[in-house]
Design a protein around this ligand. Structure first.
Ligand SMILES: Cc1cc2nc3c(=O)[nH]c(=O)nc-3n(C[C@H](O)[C@H](O)[C@H](O)COP(=O)(O)OP(=O)(O)OC[C@H]3O[C@@H](n4cnc5c(N)ncnc54)[C@H](O)[C@@H]3O)c2cc1C
Ligand code: SF4
Length: 646
């Protein structure tokens, strides 16, 4: 049906009042894409897994409901299908709560209700433009559909709307002219050539979780979701993965075969993460970053030609330039390195009183090659990761900073020999067992009003007062473990007590699984890290820094703090992780904002401008300080060009 005139458009869009609860929840979606991977082992959204476009996943549905509430989305054939394919299975409710504390089910129900009422009223539905006789048809779309098959290219607003924007305050929203989901490198070649022929720009997207406005285009949006190949080559210690393989899925397959890969955020596509930031994780301590992590990769150039990095020809993507670079091509697959693991791996935490002390200590570990993964974490991260709610995270942070007087912790992932080495350095070690006790007993850190039982602080404080030992040392003492356990009563059920009643059984089942409190597993699969954006959306500021100059790192952190404080924005130290035997490191400092508060959006833009100027200035005057901004589109470059030659 062809829609003519404003009245008919209004009829197609309809007037639908979204409930406050649904509108509020939809507006809070962070676009971290965790609902697009089965990171809890509780099942993936069946509609998303089958149909791949973002709109079929919970994240996309949130954006659609936002658009419906704003009166900006007509009822189209795709919208009807999207609403229809949601089974209301509830998988997204647990997944989303785990990360963000949001409950998206009212949003999912509201979308179905909206479409149902529209259809029941006999109102018109906009067709998909797949009829070549339609004058409204786009010849570009027809060509794209010829390449991928009609199902996988669309300009239906119910599809394009989910690719329109993200919560970053500097993102410029753009509605793609078409979204296309290729399945192979050949199809990518065809798409790029079609874009060239029609003179239309294109942009490639993984899961869109960079959340910095990088994946917006008014041209063709190439979503790599369907490029899910994984080929293991054990003899060569590598695995070749297609552009649509997220880190979590790759790590899971590698782990099942007894290997590890160096990947970071679980929802990030491996190819996207490589091209965006070069992949940085605590494992970068040993496995490196940028070109360290891969053997070879295949690209389709902006002209539509396929090439491999190892080919002796242009473009040479191992080079690095200290300036913003355009997309070098679409990475269609990457051959990632596999690493061996040992049976005695474990993680533990070393509490420290100051950032300077932590930096000196972590550098020493790195120089001595102790630990295969190292990081200095702030209390903000530790508490957010451990806690299933923001309220509890605040209590844990206060306990860590004020009671334990450990505003920083050095996380060590190592084997039994690494642990013995750290013990020989006379350091307090909070073992993985203790971490498990704390995590499973967290809700009892501050018992409910009226509960007269001794808290952990009640137990530790008098002992500390008596013999002058720091409370973090007492916490680690083996003879005190029974008392600590008695105070915290750790169990999956205790942990689950901190979440809404209807989710407790699901949380208790999750926390009955040993990997959920295993520091090595948690770092490999990173299922907790996006909790850092739970209270407010986060704006990470990431730099390469010289680890032999802890005062520079301290000055960068305090300079960024000053900027955010002066604009009244939440901010905190994130992490430092050593690189290249302690010569360099990553530093992440985070600003946070309420993504729906216009005033806070404005202030965060000012903060980002000031931070950019501050980082550039420091970078120009201190060797070894580089902003990660320039890694975008250059993530497969030779690490040394970036770290040492500028
Ligand atoms: C909470 C949080 C924590 C994070 N922590 C880390 C971290 O510790 N370490 C880290 O490395 N990153 C981290 N990131 C950043 C994020 O993981 C990366 O930006 C990653 O690239 C996102 O993957 P994606 O698939 O969502 O990419 P997208 O957001 O879809 O794309 C990112 C960029 O890569 C380009 N791109 C996508 N696919 C391809 C391709 N096939 N070929 C060429 N270019 C492509 C896009 O055009 C875009 O410019 C974090 C992000 C969040 C939200
Ligand atoms: S309730 Fe709907 S959107 Fe959520 S996971 Fe199930 S099918 Fe997907």
């Amino acid at each position: 049906m062809t829609i003519r005139g404003e009245n008919q458009v209004r009829e197609v869009i309809g007037i639908f009042m979204i409930s406050n609860e649904a509108a509020r929840t939809a507006g809070q979606c962070r676009h971290y894409s965790m609902c697009k991977i089965d990171y809890l082992g509780t099942g993936l959204c069946p509609a998303g897994a089958e149909n791949h476009f973002v709109s079929y996943y919970p994240q996309g549905r949130m954006d659609l409901v936002k658009a419906v509430a704003a009166g900006k989305l007509p009822v189209t054939e795709r919208l009807v299908d999207i609403a229809d394919t949601c089974t209301l299975c509830g998988a997204c409710d647990v997944q989303c709560h785990f990360i963000s504390e949001l409950r998206p089910m009212p949003v999912m129900k509201e979308l179905k209700k909206h479409v149902k009422e529209h259809l029941a009223a006999g109102k018109p539905v906009l067709p998909e433009f797949d009829d070549t006789s339609l004058s409204s048809n786009d010849p570009l779309l027809v060509e794209l559909r010829g390449i991928t098959g009609p199902r996988w290219a669309s300009n239906d607003p119910a599809i394009t709307t989910a690719y329109f924007s993200d919560p970053c305050p500097v993102t410029i929203p753009k509605l793609p002219r078409a979204v296309v989901l290729p399945q192979s490198a050949e199809e990518v070649e065809g798409i790029v050539r079609a874009a060239k022929k029609h003179g239309v720009p294109f942009m490639v997207r993984g899961n869109g979780s960079s959340v910095m406005g990088f994946v917006m285009t008014d041209g063709i949006l190439v979503d790599t979701q369907r490029m899910k190949t994984m080929d293991f080559d054990a003899d060569n210690w590598c695995v070749t993965v297609g552009a649509g393989v997220p880190a979590f899925d790759l790590q899971k397959e590698a782990f099942a075969r007894g290997y590890r890969v160096n990947v970071a955020e679980p929802a990030a596509m491996v190819c996207a993460n490589l091209m965006c930031s070069g992949i940085m994780s605590l494992f970068s301590t040993t496995y490196g970053t940028l070109d360290d992590g891969y053997v070879d990769a295949e690209f389709v150039s902006p002209e539509g030609d396929r090439f491999r990095l190892k080919d002796k020809r242009q473009p040479d993507l191992s080079r690095f330039a200290l300036k913003d670079q355009p997309l070098a091509g679409i990475c269609t697959s990457v051959q990632m390195k596999l690493y061996p693991m040992t049976a005695d791996e474990e993680g533990f935490l070393v509490p420290v009183e100051s950032l300077q002390e932590a930096l000196v200590f972590v550098r020493e570990l790195s120089i001595r090659r102790i630990g295969f993964g190292l990081g200095v974490l702030g209390a903000d991260y530790i508490s957010a990761f451990m806690s299933p709610s923001s309220t509890l995270a605040r209590a844990v942070k206060e306990f860590t900073e004020s009671t334990l007087r450990a505003p920083f912790m050095v996380m060590v992932l190592g084997d039994a020999k690494d642990r013995a080495a750290v013990e020989s350095m006379n350091r307090t070690i909070l073992s993985n067992n203790l971490f498990r006790t704390l995590m499973l007993g967290l809700p009892n850190l501050k018992p409910a009003a009226g509960d007269l039982q001794d808290t952990l602080t009640d137990i530790l404080q008098p002992l500390g007062d008596a013999d002058g030992q720091p409370l973090s040392d007492l916490l680690a003492r083996s003879d005190l473990q029974p008392l600590i356990e008695a105070a915290l009563k750790p169990s999956p059920e205790t942990h689950a007590g901190a979440v809404p009643e209807d989710l407790r059984a699901a949380y208790a089942r999750l926390y009955a699984r040993p990997e959920m409190t295993d520091l090595v597993w948690l770092n490999m699969f990173r299922i907790l890290s996006s909790r850092m954006g739970r209270e407010k959306h986060l704006l990470p500021l990431i730099m390469y820094v010289p680890l032999d100059k802890p005062e520079v790192i301290g000055a960068l952190a305090s300079g960024l703090k000053r900027i955010a404080d002066s604009l009244n924005l939440k901010n905190d130290f994130g992490f430092v992780s050593p690189l290249d035997l302690g010569k360099r490191a990553f530093l992440e400092y985070d600003f946070y904002l309420d993504q729906n508060d216009p005033d806070e959006i404005q202030r965060s833009r000012m903060a980002l401008d000031a931070a950019a100027e501050f980082i550039e200035k420091t970078s120009a005057s201190v060797t070894g300080v580089q902003w990660i901004r320039y890694t975008l589109n250059q993530g497969c470059c030779r690490k040394e060009y970036l770290l040492y030659s500028i």
